[in-house]
Design a protein around this ligand. Structure first.
Ligand code: PMP
Length: 414
């Protein structure tokens, strides 16, 4: 869950700087996930809340030995400042990863390395949006992106999502209605593959339609794709960026396929936007850390990363199957779309129940989830919860869903 943390919830009493903060600091809110962190990490609590990858397939020992050598052999680079655009070697490396989703027409110079995709989302919002501008986004939406949009005082306008991903008609309607209101629509933010939190994937048929609408109205598409290689059957989908190089900014990350602790991700953007992103990166962090970038390159150059991703897929598939089966057994009165990849099940709970109100009772029963309200800006979502199957073992998943059912069964009776 630490992958989605934002500012801690702490309210500082009698803060002498209370009147001095910028308006954008007022707009910052703690994520509901962060607020849960302390309880959900208690060893007696089964956490179905966090989006942390399970790292056991990483060859820690061998990798550490290679890194130790790299830090000596290439010490003058690894311990030094680097380029704001990112290490050229790693920018070259990521081309082979993007090729797996059909992005072929690019070179290392088209890539910008960031401190995780979270930094990338901050950069694109920073260069595109003034306060009051509109970002269109799937509802429910990735909580970390909402945090960024909030901190830049952006108006987030919901676009409908169904079992086939973003609904193109809803995207078009939102552009038209926002423009009628005189609003500047700056971009569409979409997570097309194995959505966080909804678990759904944009159908291959819808992809060209979404791009057609974006072109028609000259609206940029920000494609956030950290889960694309985690399809349970090894299936991949053509990236929106593979179909349109001019109107799409693409983000992907090593967080879910290798390790989030490295804080390394990348972006691909049309030349003008890329130039601004590099300037913004320079202003914000000077440069992404060489040590992390070179560690990732050392891993990619020396290990069979395709096999490792494949092993992860198998493991996540088993966990998803376990959760799906447990839900059918213990919570048959809930509904959900079984995901084909990724980390999450978006569970619709029976009418009359409130996932946010129920959470303290769930924690008492030693199970944690994220209430659906965390994934909306407008207070919706109490009829859903996000369950993650990535980190808990199958046994823990079974037990967690069983505990959840005791809480929900009791709520339904009251
Ligand atoms: N986008 C989405 C949809 C995510 O789920 C996450 C991580 N939970 C991120 C971006 C951020 O990833 P990173 O660790 O690269 O900052």
């Amino acid at each position: 869950m630490a992958d989605e943390t934002q500012t801690p919830t702490t309210v500082i009493r009698n803060d002498p700087w209370y009147d001095s903060y910028a308006q954008r600091a007022d707009a910052m809110r703690a994520s509901e996930i962060r607020a849960l962190f302390a309880v959900a990490t208690r060893p007696d609590v089964v956490s179905l809340a966090g989006g942390m990858p399970y790292l056991d397939y990483l060859p820690f020992k061998e990798l550490s030995q290679l890194i130790a050598k790299m830090l000596v052999d290439k010490g003058d680079q690894a311990w030094q400042y680097g380029s704001a655009q990112g290490d050229p070697h790693l920018r070259e490396d990521v081309l082979q990863i993007m090729e797996l989703e059909g992005i072929k027409d690019i070179q290392a110079d088209d890539v910008v390395i960031t401190n995780g995709s979270q930094n990338g989302l901050d950069l694109i919002t920073r260069i595109m949006c003034d306060p009051g501008d509109v970002v269109l986004a799937e509802a429910p939406n990735y909580v970390g992106a909402l945090g960024v949009f909030q901190s830049f005082q952006v108006d987030v306008v919901n676009v409908e999502l169904d079992k086939d991903g973003l609904v193109p008609e809803s995207f078009e309607e939102a552009i038209i209605s926002q423009r009628k209101l005189g609003k500047k629509v700056k971009f569409l933010y979409t997570v097309p593959n194995f959505h966080n939190p909804a678990g759904v994937t944009m159908s291959v048929e819808r992809r060209p339609r979404v791009l057609e609408i974006a072109r028609k109205y000259h609206v940029l598409v920000v494609e956030d794709n950290p889960y694309g290689l985690l399809g349970f059957e090894g299936q991949t989908y053509p990236a929106l960026r593979s179909m349109d190089a001019e109107n799409v900014v693409y983000l992907s990350s090593f967080s879910k396929i290798i390790a989030p602790g490295m804080r390394i991700a990348w972006m691909v953007a049309p030349a003008g936007i890329r130039h601004k992103l590099i300037l913004a990166n320079e202003a914000s962090i000077l440069c992404p850390p060489n040590m992390s970038q070179m560690t990732i390159s050392t891993y990619l150059d020396n290990f069979d990363w395709r096999k490792q991703i494949n092993d992860y897929r198998g493991m996540y598939k088993e966990r998803c199957e376990t959760m799906d089966a447990a839900l059918r057994t213990y919570l048959p009165y809930c509904s959900w779309h079984k995901p084909k990849g990724g980390f999450y099940i978006w569970l619709k709970i029976p009418e009359g129940l409130d996932s946010k109100a129920m959470l303290p009772r769930a924690i008492t029963a030693k199970v944690a989830y994220v209430a659906g309200t965390g994934f909306y800006m407008d207070g919706q979502g109490s009829d859903h919860m996000r369950l993650s199957f990535c980190y808990p073992t199958p046994e823990q998943i079974l037990e967690g869903v069983r505990r959840l059912s005791t809480v929900m069964d009791a709520e339904r009776k009251t």
